[in-house]
Design a protein. Structure first.
Length: 228
């Protein structure tokens, strides 16, 4: 059984209806990613509920999902806090990606149909469009969608779940990595090169470029985080 397709726009227009809990989830997630809710800061449920005009029920549902994603953590009698970031966690997350994604991207390339290739192209175009908007934190979500689109043609349900969860954990670090001037342009070039090799089913180059992309990100993150 193949994994569910990455959540990317197809050629047909779609209507996405979000529940209240999903809207709250996106609000809190975005504020964590842009640093409005800083690491280790408490999630003020009363303030958020009043600001959004929602009850505590969808808010708690959203926070439970964010805790599952690894963005917040709960403490008995103290509520929810934004999880800290660290060089140790960045290293663990990206070493896991390095173990899984090069092979999964190669296998995705070999298994990809024309439709899969069009989906991956669309995911890349959407990522580049978001990257052109300076300061838009959603580029990390589209970055995840692009990489998942390269792997999904060959992934089963379990592999998809594991890789997607690790990619979600990586999002705050991807955002941190891309902040310094000039890195976004380099990331666009790296994604373009990887996509072209993936289309050509050049397995040796796909594996090489995927490893280099992840290793470069990890190296930069370790250098940044040790000074914080």
């Amino acid at each position: 059984m193949q994994a569910p397709r990455a959540d990317i726009s197809s050629h047909k227009p779609t209507i996405i209806v979000q529940s209240i809990a999903d809207q709250v989830y996106n609000f809190v997630r975005r504020n964590i990613l842009i640093g409005e809710f800083a690491p280790l800061s408490p999630i003020r449920q009363d303030i958020i509920a009043a600001q959004l005009g929602v009850s505590k029920i969808p808010l708690r549902e959203a926070l439970a999902k964010l805790e599952h994603d690894g963005l917040v953590q709960s403490s008995p009698n103290k509520g929810f806090f934004v999880r800290p970031i660290s060089a140790a966690e960045a290293r663990e997350v990206f070493l896991l990606r390095l173990k899984l994604e090069p092979d999964a991207t190669v296998e995705g390339s070999l298994a990809a149909t024309k439709e899969d290739q069009e989906d991956a192209k669309q995911a890349l175009l959407e990522l580049e469009a978001v990257q052109s908007q300076v300061g838009n934190p959603e580029h990390v979500r589209y970055n995840r969608k692009f990489h998942i689109a390269l792997m999904s043609p060959s992934m089963g349900q379990i592999t998809y779940h594991i890789i997607n969860q690790i990619s979600i954990l990586a999002e705050r670090y991807v955002r941190l990595h891309i902040e310094p001037y000039g890195r976004e342009k380099h990331a666009i070039q790296a994604h373009r090169a990887l996509f072209e090799a993936w289309l050509e089913k050049d397995t040796k180059l796909v594996r090489k470029l995927t490893k280099e992309h992840l290793q470069s990100t990890l190296h930069d993150l370790e250098d940044e985080l040790k000074h914080q």
